[in-house]
Design a protein around this ligand. Structure first.
Ligand SMILES: Nc1nc2c([nH]c(=O)n2[C@H]2C[C@H](O)[C@@H](COP(=O)(O)OP(=O)(O)OP(=O)(O)O)O2)c(=O)[nH]1
Length: 129
């Protein structure tokens, strides 16, 4: 089975809303919501990979604040190792360059979205009372 190591950014604003990204219909796992981010490349550490991916996908810079968790999830034909980090916008305004759309969502509304299955443990952590 193909294995990929992926970083995901839980970007929160001052009121704790989370920036959620909808995968486009050209992507694998189309129409699922996810944390913006992507595959770690050779020679990068995870925060470096995350800042690069966010710049590419959202056109802004983030501060990577702390690790939330890591999850291994087996999809039908691939194993994803997802590492999630709490982040804040450092510079710029996020725009959806690759996603179908992005949206700031209140913590108590997050469960209403159709999330990529690998993201569920992170959601449980960030929405825990
Ligand atoms: N970025 C991101 N990917 C996630 C999350 N949850 C999850 O299962 N994934 C999966 C979807 C993808 O298979 C993989 C991330 O790959 P990616 O977004 O960099 O690239 P991709 O496979 O869509 O496209 P490609 O560039 O390889 O063609 O991890 C998440 O929260 N964020």
């Amino acid at each position: 089975m193909r294995e990929v190591t992926v970083v995901g950014a839980v970007i929160q604003d001052e009121s704790k809303r989370v920036l959620c990204a909808l995968r486009s219909k050209e992507m694998i796992l189309a129409n699922y919501w996810e944390f913006p981010g992507g595959k770690v490349e050779k020679g990068e550490n995870y925060p470096e990979a995350l800042t690069r991916e966010i710049q590419e996908e959202l056109g802004c810079t983030v501060l990577v604040e702390k690790k939330i968790t890591e999850v291994t999830h087996d999809y039908d034909n691939m194993r994803v190792h997802l590492h999630t980090y709490l982040c804040r916008i450092r510079n710029g305004n996020p725009v959806a360059k690759e996603h179908a759309k992005i949206q700031w969502v209140e913590l108590d509304q997050l469960h209403q979205l159709n999330w990529a299955p690998a993201d569920i443990p992170t959601l449980q952590i960030i929405t825990a009372p």
